[in-house]
Design a binder for this molecule. Sequence first.
Ligand SMILES: Cc1cc2nc3c(=O)[nH]c(=O)nc-3n(C[C@H](O)[C@H](O)[C@H](O)COP(=O)(O)O)c2cc1C
Length: 216
Amino acid sequence: MLDLSVDEVLTTTRTVRKRLDLSRPVPRSLVETCFDLALQAPNGSNNQAFEFVIVEDRAMRAKVADIYRAGMQHFVDMITKDPSIYGTHDVGRSHRREQMSESTAFLNDHMHEVPLLVIPTLLGRMEGQNSFYQASLWGSVWPVTWNFMLAARSRGLGTALTTVHLWREREMADLLGIPFERYTQVGLIPVAYTLGTDFKRGQRVPASEVMHWDRW
Ligand SMILES: Cc1cc2nc3c(=O)[nH]c(=O)nc-3n(C[C@H](O)[C@H](O)[C@H](O)COP(=O)(O)O)c2cc1C
């Protein structure tokens, strides 16, 4: 357990890629503790309609990483063909054109070496569903997933939330035996001890820029 305050955990739980310790195994008991803490997160009607696949087996990790890379390639090809996805469209406050950063490329190349790969899933499919349904399902799995990442950080583990493999969601389902017709995959989170434990605050807009008091 690191000596971090709640505020420090909240402000320094970064996307860790190049500082994942690829050589140090992560004990199952530690991951279980993180999930035990994470499961205290709120979720719609307390249905707890989520399951997590934790891939530890080396050969399986290699296959999972291959699917991640295929998803990344698809994503990169797509935005290379149509850069407007990140540029002219008003998709947020980052106007940088998406190319693979050094850090993203590192994770892409080394994903199979990360000791644990966690795939959160939720019960239900989003296709054609209204926003209430979608918000209820996504809103049930993200808090527990993020809690897991915070608990991991507090115990010296690093994580990175990734989603590009979802371009190959069915392939991943087939590989891991996830019932695709009933369960939606949420992402893929590499988990490892970190190289060093000091992390900085992220670059974010000032809170005042995103707050509206009383009306928009
Ligand atoms: C919904 C979501 C999807 C993401 N997908 C990926 C991904 O597929 N691959 C990746 O390397 N990083 C991914 N990231 C990580 C972001 O790129 C990262 O959070 C961002 O660079 C900010 O870094 P920071 O969290 O350390 O401040 C994702 C983050 C979120 C929230």
